[in-house]
Design a protein around this ligand. Structure first.
Ligand code: SIN
Length: 289
C-alpha cells in the first residue's frame, strides 16, 4: 500500500459509523472505502456489526472485480459458482446477476423477474455462509432485494412447533432449469438437493435460526407429506412477515453482504426491458447443524 492509500484507509477508520437500516434487520456502514485495504481492527468492527445486523450495506462504493474479491475474502474462503448458466467473472467465485443480453446471449445468471425468499446454496452439503452483491446497473423501479431475519422468525415461533421440529431436517432442492422447486414432486435426476436442520445454529453467535424457505425447501424428512406441507406453508408465511423484513432499493455503487445462516432474501419483479446488473461473490460455509 502506498502512502496515499494508507492515509485513505486511516481516514476511513476514523470516520466509520454503523447504524441500523430497519427495525427488522440490517446495518449500514458509513465512511469506509472498500477499494482500500482494511486494517484488522476495522475488519473486526465490520464483522461484529455483521453478526449483529445480519446484513451490511455500504453505499457509494467504486469496486472492480479484484477489489470486491479482496474484501469478500476477508470473511473466509470463497465458494465456487454453482449455477451452470452464463455469468461468470474473471475470478472463479464471481457471478454476474443480470438480464442484459449481448448478441442475444445473457451476460449473467438469475436474469428476470421476482424470486421467492431463499437462502443461497441450501441445497448442497456446505452452503455459502455469506453472499455479497454489488450494484452496477439498476432499473428505475423494482428489482429490489428483500431480507428477512431468521433469528426473529425462530424466536417467535409457537413453543409446541419448536418442540415438534427440534432435531428434524428438511430437504432443500433447486432446479436451475425450472428456476424453483415444485414441492412434493419427485426430485429430477441431476438436480442438486440436500437435507439440513429446520433450525440451525449460527457458529459465530450461537443463536438458533429458522432454516427453511419458500423457493427451495421441499419437505420435512420423515414426516407425512400433508403434514409437512401444512407446516412448511406456516413456516414460510411466518418467516416472511413484514416485521422481519427490510426491502432494499438499490442504487448503483451499493454493496450488500448478507449472512445466509440467519437470513433469507427475495427479489421483487421489475420491467424486463430495463437493465439490471449486480456482481455476486459467495463465501463458503460449514455444514449446517
Ligand atoms: C439472489 O437471490 O441471489 C438474487 C438477488 C437479486 O437479484 O436481487
Amino acid at each position: 500500500m502506498n502512502a496515499l492509500a494508507l492515509n485513505a484507509a486511516a481516514a476511513d477508520a476514523a470516520n466509520m459509523q454503523i447504524r441500523p437500516v430497519s427495525a427488522a434487520i440490517g446495518a449500514e456502514v458509513i465512511g469506509v472505502d472498500l477499494s482500500q485495504p482494511l486494517s484488522d481492527a476495522d475488519f473486526k468492527r465490520i464483522e461484529a456489526a455483521w453478526y449483529e445486523g445480519l446484513i451490511l450495506l455500504f453505499r457509494g462504493q467504486q469496486l472492480d472485480e479484484a477489489q470486491q474479491v479482496a474484501f469478500c475474502q476477508r470473511f473466509g474462503t470463497l465458494a465456487g459458482v454453482l449455477n451452470k448458466h452464463t455469468g461468470g467473472g474473471k475470478h472463479p467465485s464471481v457471478m454476474y446477476i443480470s438480464n442484459i443480453r449481448e448478441n442475444g446471449q445473457l451476460i449473467g445468471a438469475l436474469p428476470d423477474g421476482e424470486m421467492y425468499f431463499h437462502s443461497d446454496q441450501c441445497y448442497v452439503e456446505q452452503p455459502a455462509m455469506a453472499t455479497m452483491l454489488y450494484a452496477m446497473e439498476i432499473p428505475k423501479a423494482g428489482g429490489d432485494t428483500l431480507f428477512a431475519n431468521m433469528y426473529k422468525a425462530y424466536d417467535t415461533l409457537p413453543a409446541d412447533l419448536k418442540t415438534r421440529l427440534a432435531g428434524l431436517t428438511a430437504e432443500n432442492v433447486y432446479d436451475y432449469d425450472a428456476a424453483g422447486t415444485t414441492r412434493g414432486s419427485k426430485i429430477k435426476e441431476g438436480v442438486k438437493h440436500f437435507a439440513h436442520p429446520v433450525f440451525r445454529t449460527h457458529p459465530g453467535t450461537g443463536r438458533k435460526a429458522l432454516y427453511a424457505n419458500r423457493l427451495m425447501t421441499d419437505h420435512i424428512v420423515g414426516m407425512p407429506l400433508e403434514e409437512s406441507n401444512d407446516i412448511l406453508n406456516f413456516l414460510f408465511d411466518h418467516a416472511e412477515k413484514s416485521e422481519f423484513v427490510y426491502t432494499h432499493q438499490w442504487t448503483v455503487g451499493d454493496l450488500i453482504l448478507w449472512d445466509n445462516r440467519c437470513s433469507l432474501h427475495a427479489r421483487s419483479d421489475f420491467d424486463a426491458s430495463e437493465r439490471r446488473k449486480l456482481r455476486r461473490i459467495t463465501v463458503l460455509g460449514e455444514k449446517p447443524y
